[in-house]
Design a protein around this ligand. Structure first.
Ligand SMILES: Nc1ncnc2c1ncn2[C@@H]1O[C@H](COP(=O)(O)OP(=O)(O)OP(=O)(O)O)[C@@H](O)[C@H]1O
Ligand SMILES: [Mg+2]
Length: 166
């Protein structure tokens, strides 16, 4: 199995994989694999504390899709939209929501039901209103690095995970 340097991804139970991400380059490498495995309509929720590496993962995904511009954190704008490699990609960050109702008020329901890919930081801030994801990636601090757990919750999510882990 070919694994890029710095990224060791282990399959767990069906629909799960974990990786130790020793440094930022490893997070970018996982993001690149994610980017290559994205398909229209896929919803990927990125969980983890402040500074866990969620935006870094999205940056890697966009790089893999050929996007060369800056990848800004959508903390203040709520969403950054990209059109790359014939995919619409919505990068959301709901950190600033004080309650889930703000997600409804923001009017993002359409984006979550369409062909665009949704990559979502702080999905728990809209808990109970967001549709279920296809794939959840949870990042945790682990020493100087990070630990990532990938969990698929749909057939499309499982296919995406299979491609990331192969
Ligand atoms: N595997 C890693 N090991 C060490 N540092 C990392 C790793 N992955 C990312 N980082 C670093 O962590 C910092 C925070 O990353 P990032 O902005 O992606 O976090 P975030 O989860 O999006 O945070 P926020 O919740 O504030 O949006 C960056 O300086 C990044 O380079
Ligand atoms: Mg972020």
């Amino acid at each position: 199995m070919m694994q890029p340097t710095g990224l060791a991804l282990q399959r767990q139970a069906a629909g799960e994989a974990v990786a130790h991400l020793a440094d930022e380059a490893a997070t970018l490498a996982l993001g690149q694999r994610l980017g290559r495995a994205l398909r229209p309509g896929l919803k990927v929720y990125l969980q983890g504390d402040l500074g866990a590496g969620k935006t870094t993962l999205v940056r890697g995904a966009l790089r893999a899709l050929g996007y060369r511009g800056p990848v800004k954190s959508p903390t203040f704008t709520l969403v950054e939209v990209y059109c790359v490699s014939s995919l619409y990609l919505y990068h959301f960050d709901f950190y600033r929501f004080e309650n889930p109702q703000e997600w409804r008020d923001a009017g993002f329901r359409e984006e979550f039901g369409g062909p665009g890919v949704c990559l979502v930081e702080w999905p728990e801030k809209a808990a109970g209103l967001l549709p279920v994801p296809d794939l959840t990636i949870t990042l945790e601090h682990a020493g100087q690095g990070r630990r990532a757990r990938l969990t698929s919750t749909s057939e499309q999510g499982r296919q995406c995970l299979d491609q990331i882990a192969q």
